[in-house]
Design a protein around this ligand. Structure first.
Ligand SMILES: NC(=O)c1ccc[n+]([C@@H]2O[C@H](COP(=O)([O-])OP(=O)(O)OC[C@H]3O[C@@H](n4cnc5c(N)ncnc54)[C@H](O)[C@@H]3O)[C@@H](O)[C@H]2O)c1
Length: 249
């Protein structure tokens, strides 16, 4: 498949997990890639793999929660490739904590990356996507769709991503822009190192939303993102595609 031949994709969170798998999937389908992450080392590994797959790659260390950094990232991508066809927001962080011990700093840190980062990237990329009738794929979570205990900041941030996505789908749909999200369930990536339940927490309340979910790798989400970003999804706008093995209480 060559669904992304002649397409320029800007992708965040590309140093690891789902972002890396998505970069590799899109590279293997012909995309030119502008990739970004705070993790310089992981980003270079992804860039090298994607170049090995034949892709033109611009890698940029950057923080999606920092407005100036986002402006630089989008500006550099457009200067390098002459425009943008697709924005994929994958960068994210997770924290397990009881509401009562969740500090304002915890809350603001998680929302800053997951929600504000998605907002900033969408806002800065949108004028360029409008030029090419492009599309956006954001990364929500099943945590946005059902109660996921001890993740109040994370779940709220992902609920925000879900709503932001639907909003943009309606706001810009008639101008030729599609905006969709994926909602991964439990995917085997490094983010699961944050899976540290508070003392006394009833793990069954977490596992209830994964009960039938055989844990799978990030390539399962990458293929869903590639579908939504491609012309195969030309009539798909404002949807949230769960990639969770079919579970959700
Ligand atoms: N793995 C899962 O089970 C799961 C489930 C639901 C949703 N998600 C979501 O999928 C996305 C990818 O997660 P993953 O599982 O691949 O985890 P991961 O930790 O492997 O990847 C996250 C990437 O985001 C990058 N990142 C973090 N903060 C950043 C910032 N401020 N600016 C730029 N990059 C930043 C990290 O360096 C890392 O490379 C996240 O948004 C996560 O919330 C994951």
């Amino acid at each position: 498949m060559d669904r992304f031949a002649d397409r320029v994709v800007l992708l965040t969170g590309a140093a690891s997990g789902i972002g890396r798998a998505t970069a590799e999937r899109l590279a293997s389908e012909g995309a030119s890639l502008a990739i970004t992450d705070v993790n310089a080392e992981g980003l270079e590994e992804t860039a090298a793999t994607c170049r090995g797959l034949g892709a033109a790659v611009l890698s940029m260390v950057g923080d999606v929660g920092d407005e100036d950094s986002v402006k630089d990232t989008v500006g550099s991508a457009v200067s390098e490739f002459g425009g943008l066809d697709v924005l994929v927001n994958v960068a994210g962080i997770l924290q397990f904590k009881d509401l009562r011990t969740t500090t304002l700093e915890d809350w603001e840190r998680i929302l800053r990356v997951n929600l504000t980062g998605t907002f900033l990237m969408c806002r800065e990329a949108l004028p360029h996507l409008l030029d090419r009738s492009g599309n956006i794929v954001n990364t929500a979570s099943t945590a946005a769709l059902a109660g996921h205990p001890w993740t109040v900041s994370y779940s709220a941030s992902k609920g925000g991503v879900f709503a932001l996505t639907q909003t943009l789908a309606v706001e810009f749909g008639k101008q030729g822009i599609r905006c969709n999200s994926v909602a991964p369930g439990s995917i085997l990536t490094p983010i699961q190192q944050a899976f540290d339940l508070p003392e006394g927490a009833d793990a069954k309340l977490v596992y209830r939303i994964m009960a039938l979910d055989q844990q799978r790798g990030p390539e399962t989400v990458a293929s869903a993102i590639a579908f939504l970003a491609s012309d195969d999804a030309a009539h798909v706008n404002g949807t949230c595609l769960k990639v969770d093995g079919g579970t959700l209480a």
